[in-house]
Design a protein. Structure first.
Length: 363
């Protein structure tokens, strides 16, 4: 079935009204492309809290209740815990609704095949939102590299430090399912937050042909292990190599309006380099993007470097896409499977002592 754009505002439902709803909802606010018609969450407290944002929306405790109500819905913003992604997305697509799913797509290829298979069979669109692709300093970084300003790329690195102090409150209920995922080998650093770093790598330099990884663990409190230190290196099909350094610093304070994650991306070209100094947290208090070439350093001081804006713009992009059907989805389900394969290749490499693994070969 071919996708037919909507010639009226899209009727949308939020499914999952937890922590990240606070940022995802920004794409929907004051947006003429959408009408929010339903809110779904088993938590009565969350439903009441979010109803204040959308007084005209109907509230439901489950997707089944929404479906049974007969309310007309075109698309769903799916913001449920990762372990539920595959089942919930299959259910939503089965009701004939398009889905904008929070990353990660899911934790294994079987779940991915179920989701993409259901999307194809139902003729509905599954998008896996990747807000980092809408973070203006990263967009500018990509444009600078592609302009040739720093010369041909010779390599790049990504740094990520999970810090223990600062940031917004993360409810215990959100941490609870993250801990369960960690126990199942899908850690918060490499897999959950790491998904973004892997996605930006593919977005910047294209498909990956080989991954080598050494994934460690640190006990933060008795019984809770975080998947750091970890080092992951890879080579793209185009020959460019990336290195990703992941550490956890549980006693470090990081000023942040959101999660306490200190991040940077630095790309080296034959005649200069370009570096994004921060993203989720406030990190290095320099301009969010700096470019060095020909003996001069240029700082970009006026980019929209509020991490929340990337959620707003990703959401707006999706809703505009539903109205026009034009342009890339950023990301499609298939592109998200490439990110999943990249992560799985890292796990496989680490398990066998760090030898190279081709993401296309992981089964
Ligand atoms: N893009 C990012 O940077 C980013 C950041 C944080 C979280 N996330 C992703 O967002 C998703 C949600 O994370 P969160 O931190 O908001 O979690 P959360 O636990 O705070 O919220 C999840 C909500 O889903 C509800 N829920 C559970 N089962 C449900 C069901 N069957 N139907 C409807 N609602 C249900 C819960 O009651 C809860 O309110 C996850 O996929 C996570 O990986 C992405």
């Amino acid at each position: 079935m071919t996708f037919v754009p909507y010639d009226r505002p899209v009727r949308a439902a939020f499914v999952g009204l937890g922590r990240i709803y606070d940022l995802n909802m920004r794409g929907y606010m004051a947006n003429p492309d959408v009408e929010v018609v339903a809110l779904v969450d088993p938590s009565e407290e969350r439903r009441a809290q979010r109803q204040e944002d959308w007084p005209g929306a109907k509230v439901f405790a489950s997707v089944a209740e929404l479906a049974a109500s007969g309310l007309e819905v075109d698309a769903v913003e799916a913001l449920v815990p990762v372990g539920l992604h595959a089942d919930v997305v299959v259910e939503l697509l089965g009701h004939g609704w398009h889905v904008n799913l929070q990353k990660p797509l899911c934790t294994d290829l079987r779940g991915a095949a179920r989701m993409l298979g259901t999307a194809a069979a139902s003729g509905r669109v599954l998008r896996v939102m990747e807000n980092y692709l809408f973070y203006e300093p990263l967009q500018k970084l990509k444009a600078i590299v592609e302009s040739g300003e720093i010369g041909p790329v010779v390599g790049y690195h990504i740094k990520m430090v999970g810090t223990g102090l600062g940031g917004w409150e993360v409810p215990l209920s959100s941490l609870h399912w993250q801990l369960e995922e960690m126990k199942r080998g899908r850690g918060i650093m490499v897999f959950d937050d790491g998904w973004h770093k892997l996605a930006t790598a593919i977005w910047l330099f294209g498909p990956v042909r080989e991954v080598r990884a050494w994934i460690g663990s640190t006990e933060i409190v008795p019984g809770v292990e975080v998947d750091a230190p970890a080092t992951i290196i890879w080579q793209h099909d185009n020959g460019v190599r990336g290195v990703w350094d992941i550490t956890v610093a549980d006693q470090m304070y990081l000023r942040s309006d959101y999660y306490t994650n200190d991040e940077r991306w630095e790309i080296t070209g034959r005649k200069g380099y370009a570096r994004v100094n921060r993203c989720t947290g406030r990190g290095i208090q320099q301009p969010s993007l700096e470019v060095y070439a020909d003996g001069e350093m240029r700082g970009y001081h006026a980019l929209d470097d509020d991490w929340a804006s990337s959620f707003r713009d990703s959401g707006r992009h999706w809703l505009r896409w539903l109205r026009t059907g034009e342009g890339p989805l950023l990301w499609s389900g298939e592109e998200a499977v490439d990110v999943l394969r990249f992560a799985l290749a890292g796990y496989k490499s680490s398990a066998v002592g760090g030898i190279g693994v081709d993401p296309r070969q992981v089964g």
